[in-house]
Every structure is written in C-alpha cells, then in structure tokens.
Design a protein around this ligand. Sequence first.
Ligand SMILES: NC(=O)c1ccc[n+]([C@@H]2O[C@H](COP(=O)([O-])OP(=O)(O)OC[C@H]3O[C@@H](n4cnc5c(N)ncnc54)[C@H](OP(=O)(O)O)[C@@H]3O)[C@@H](O)[C@H]2O)c1
Length: 264
Amino acid sequence: MTDASRRGRLSGRVALITGASRGIGRAIALRYAEEGADLFLTATSRPKLEETKTLAEAQGARTVLHCADVSERSAVEGMVGAAVAAFGRIDVLVNNAGIYKAARLVDYKAEDFDRIMKVNLYGAFHVMQFVLRHMQAQKRGKVVNIASTAGKWGSSNQSAYNASKHALVGLTRCAAVEMGTYGINVNAICPGFVETDMLEALREHASILGIPSEKVIEGILARVPLKRFMQPQEIAHLAVYFGSSESDGMTGQSIVLDGGMVMA
Ligand SMILES: NC(=O)c1ccc[n+]([C@@H]2O[C@H](COP(=O)([O-])OP(=O)(O)OC[C@H]3O[C@@H](n4cnc5c(N)ncnc54)[C@H](OP(=O)(O)O)[C@@H]3O)[C@@H](O)[C@H]2O)c1
C-alpha cells in the first residue's frame, strides 16, 4: 500500500529505477521520493544503494532495494518479479543504469564494445520488456530512458557509448509506437555533461588526445552556451515530469538537457 498522505506530483506511484546507487539515478530517486513516489531501487553493488535508501526514506518513501546486473536477462526477470511482488505494480520505470569507456574506434576492444552494448542497450531492452508486460496488463505506465546527447550526434572516442545511446533513442521511439494504445508513455532524456562519477571518463579522453583534462573541459564548455556542466538534480527534474501525469500527451520523445550544447 502506498501512503496517500504523501502529496506530490508522483503521489501514489511506484517507480523502478536502475542505477540508483549514485549520480543521476540517485538524484532521480530522491526527487521521486520528494514528489511522493514509492521506490524499487536497483544497481549491482549494495553499499551505495543503501545510502540512497536512507535518504529516500527520510523523505517518507517506502523503499525496496534489489541488486542485479541489467545485462543479465534472468537477473532482470527476477528483479522485475521482485518489484511486482513488493508493491503489486510498477507505474514508472526509469532505465538509468549505464557505463562508458573512451577509446578510438580503430583501437576499441571488441569485448569492451560488447560490454557497453550489453549494459546500455540490452540492459534497457531486458528491463523494458519485462516491465512493459506488466504495464500492458495495468493499461497504464511511464517509461523514462536515460539516453544522452551521445544519442543525437557523433564525437571522438565514444563509438560504443554513442552507438548504444543512438540505439536507445530508437528503442524509445519504437516502444512508444507499440505501447500507445495501452496508455503507456515512453520517452528519453538526453543529458549532456553531468557532474557524476562518469565524468572521470574525460580523463581517459584527454589521455587519448594527449592533452590535459583541463583543456578537454575548456573545449567542451566553449560549445555549451550556459558555460557549465549539468547537475544530476537538473536531470531529475525532467524525469519527474516524464514520470508524472503532466507528460501524458508526450511519447516517443528524446529531450536534450545539456545547457544548449546540442540543439536537436
Ligand atoms: N554523467 C554524464 O555526463 C551523463 C551524460 C549523459 C548521459 N548519462 C547517462 O546517465 C546514466 C547515469 O549516469 P551517471 O553519470 O549517473 O553514472 P554513474 O555515476 O557512473 O552511475 C551509474 C549507475 O549505473 C549503475 N550500473 C552500472 N552498470 C550497471 C549494470 N551492469 N547493472 C546495473 N546497474 C549498473 C551503477 O551502479 P553500480 O556501481 O552499483 O553498478 C550506478 O548506479 C547513464 O545511463 C549514463 O549513460 C550520463
């Protein structure tokens, strides 16, 4: 049972959030808690996930944790089953788990390419497939896929990541077409550079280019009209909109949130 006394834009909703242990996923979990949602939070490792749970419970959210690697289909099936067993339904799915590795295309190790696709693309596919089966039966639901500006344009040293995020944008559009008649909205958020652990990858990028990280950051910010990186909470604000009834008229969209770097 959800607590009806908790008011907010997501009051009475149950959200399954992947990659909720830190960064953007944690920020979304805490904004969702603030807006009245109950939470089923997942990641591969437990300690940081426990920290998110403590913070979410301080906002009054009923919170259940589950550790699973989204690239493992059977683990995902168990994870979605556990969410339904815990709450009886899933109203919002936030597909946020993701990894990054910088390398030039000609040097990219096939096993690294494979791993990024397995987590960023197949992971989202597995979770969506099992959750959408429940949402179809419920005849309502919201899916929020965390893609990237890398799903909208090309850039150096990120071919696998870029390919995975372009594919996630495509998956979002196809799911939106198939799910519309069930009252299910499927949208994506395409963040630009967000201050999380993932930004450490800029160091790899700088070392491949043979320049200091500061130069890479300078080069990026020169292309960002707002002249700063995004904060995880800014992505979470948009995720609240996509998880709430305010976005009932929107589906199949992939919205860039990046300080104006990519206008697409
Ligand atoms: N930061 C950026 O600049 C940026 C920009 C655009 C898009 N994004 C996207 O935003 C999402 C979140 O990124 P972030 O910056 O918050 O990254 P982050 O701080 O590195 O966090 C990644 C999250 O994903 C989880 N995760 C990683 N591999 C997983 C797996 N195989 N199965 C389940 N969970 C897994 C991690 O949990 P564990 O450590 O416990 O596994 C962690 O909770 C990603 O999809 C990323 O591509 C980020």
